[in-house]
Ligand binder design. Structure first.
Ligand SMILES: [Ca+2]
Length: 150
């Protein structure tokens, strides 16, 4: 403060606030100039934050907002994508299940439902040996032969 009775706000006297922020009692009021997609901070409201506008960016609970030079970016956790991390990536799109296994999309993973008679494994990649599966039913010296030839 300055002046004979400290009536002059020295900080505000020279209009130091940027981005048209009002100056009151020795501080720049950055909140007063918030716009829809950008907020301001710093001693002179000289810095922009594209995550903290009057409509704060919502990256859902699946991501964090990062303010860049001219826009925001949602950094999504694994399994999600999109400008707001609102898209559950379809892990079945690359058809990970082998041998006609049915794929079920999860969060950053998938599950395969295999044809239980012949295949097993997380991608239905392993073949069931029908002889082992059913036990040795072959009698009188005969030999079990696996029944799947593909
Ligand atoms: Ca998914």
């Amino acid at each position: 403060m300055g002046g004979q009775n400290c009536e002059i706000d020295l900080f505000c006297e020279n209009s130091p606030c940027q981005n048209n922020a009002p100056c009151n009692n020795g501080t720049c009021d950055c909140l007063a100039i918030k716009k829809e997609n950008v907020g301001y901070f710093g001693k002179f409201c000289e810095r922009q934050d594209f995550c903290l506008g009057s409509e704060p960016v919502n990256c859902t609970s699946r991501g964090n907002c990062v303010s860049l030079q001219t826009t925001h970016l949602c950094q999504c956790e694994s399994g999600f994508r999109g400008n707001y991390c609102d898209i559950n990536i379809d892990e079945c799109e690359i058809e990970p299940c082998l041998h006609n296994g049915k794929c079920f999309d999860g969060i950053n993973n998938f599950k395969c439902e295999c044809d239980e008679e012949f295949w097993y494994g997380d991608k239905c990649q392993f073949k069931i040996n029908s002889c082992e599966n059913e036990g040795d039913k072959c009698k009188n010296g005969s030999k079990c032969v696996d029944n799947y030839w593909n």
